[in-house]
Design a binder for this molecule. Structure first.
Ligand code: ZN
Length: 98
């Protein structure tokens, strides 16, 4: 992890430059918060995704076209890591974007 952080520093990005930015726990099959996922979307509609797979612990960075609902497949074990949109998380998201 740290690639998105580097990108933000390198491009000197402000929250207002981001279409979407979130960093949250990723759930494994047993709904345990054992992983992390960070998504940064810029006006080019490309999602920069950084994750730690909740199933196998593999860490990776990838870029994908942005769409909702959003999910990314672990490059090591194939587990699909989703970015859920729940009410309380949407609130937390709004706070993080300030
Ligand atoms: Zn995995």
């Amino acid at each position: 992890m740290g690639k998105i952080e580097d990108l933000i520093k390198e491009k000197n990005l402000k929250p207002s430059d981001c279409v979407y930015h979130t960093w949250r726990d990723a759930l494994n099959r047993r709904k345990q918060r054992t992983g992390k996922i960070r998504v940064l979307v810029l006006p080019d509609r490309i999602a920069r995704v950084e994750y730690k797979c909740p199933e196998c612990g593999h860490e990776d960075y990838t870029e994908l076209p942005w769409k909702r609902p959003f999910s990314v497949k672990c490059s090591a074990c194939g587990f699909r890591i989703t970015v859920p949109r729940m009410k309380d998380q949407a609130k937390r998201e709004a706070k993080a974007e300030v």
